[in-house]
Design a protein around this ligand. Structure first.
Ligand code: UGY
Ligand code: MN
Length: 247
């Protein structure tokens, strides 16, 4: 949609942000070549994690050495080969992966135009608990469960909800008219990408119209609520920090 000069739906507040695609600006990210990489959310915004959108050209690559950072990735479209340590698999659209801290990982041989969202965070080890393992999977094989009993709001939990994982990556799909059942306020932070459809997102005391392609940051304790609006289902991919002590 063409917007009048000087306007955008993008809004960056102290504890939440809506980032519409019309404002995207590429960054050079070490390790990513042959691709347009946009850093949508990171510490400079006030977040405890980073969210990147990478659009690959044919022959593009992402090559990251082992470090203290863990990465969750999701192929929104296209496809590519993911290698984590000794695991290697072709991911189609809907493919996802988790590369734990301490393991090198790469995306190679992407189809031209492949869009991948990356969530990255410093791993927080938990005393007495083993470190999480690498995962390469396909969201099409993860069944959506009714959220708090609502069959019209379904949640796909892509990574195991086990104490070793401090990062969750989920897909929420709402039938038209379905909503989050209440205004959530929680310590966990979110980074989100609208994958399909449209709706209204409440963030703190503001309500935003949102649609596929929008990204959202919700700081810890940001009151949040969503209603799917329109004739087609709405879905979003989101990040959440999980399974760690309060203090
Ligand atoms: O997992 C969640 O906290 C999820 N219900 N939040 C959200 O969709 N904004
Ligand atoms: Mn939430």
């Amino acid at each position: 949609m063409n917007r009048p000069y000087g306007t955008t739906r993008t809004h960056v507040a102290a504890r939440h942000a809506l980032l519409a695609a019309d404002g995207h600006v590429k960054s050079h990210v070490p390790g990513i070549t042959g691709a347009a990489a946009v850093i949508l959310i990171n510490e400079a915004m006030g977040a405890g994690f980073a969210q990147l959108l990478v659009t690959f050209e044919a022959g593009g690559r992402a090559v990251f050495p082992a470090s203290g950072v863990e990465t969750g990735g999701y192929f929104e479209s296209g496809g590519g080969t993911v290698a984590i340590g000794r695991q290697k698999k072709r991911c189609p659209a809907g493919g996802f992966f988790f590369a734990p801290a301490g393991e090198a990982w790469a995306i190679a041989a992407p189809k031209a135009g492949t869009r991948v969202t990356l969530f990255q965070k410093e791993f927080a080890p938990l005393a007495g608990v083993t470190t999480p393992k690498a995962i390469i999977g396909d969201a099409a094989k993860v069944k959506g469960q009714p959220f708090l009993g609502d069959p019209d709001a379904r949640l796909q939990v892509l990574l195991p909800d086990e104490p070793e994982f401090d990062l969750a990556m989920n897909i929420f799909t709402y039938q038209p008219g379905a909503t989050l059942p209440f205004v959530e306020t929680h310590v966990m932070e979110h980074g989100l990408l609208m994958l399909a459809g449209q709706g209204v997102y409440r963030l703190e005391d503001s309500w935003y119209p949102v649609a596929a392609g929008d990204a959202i940051w919700m700081a810890p304790f940001c009151p949040q609520w969503f209603a799917a609006v329109g004739k087609a289902p709405a879905s979003y991919l989101y990040y959440k920090d999980v399974n760690r002590a309060a203090l």
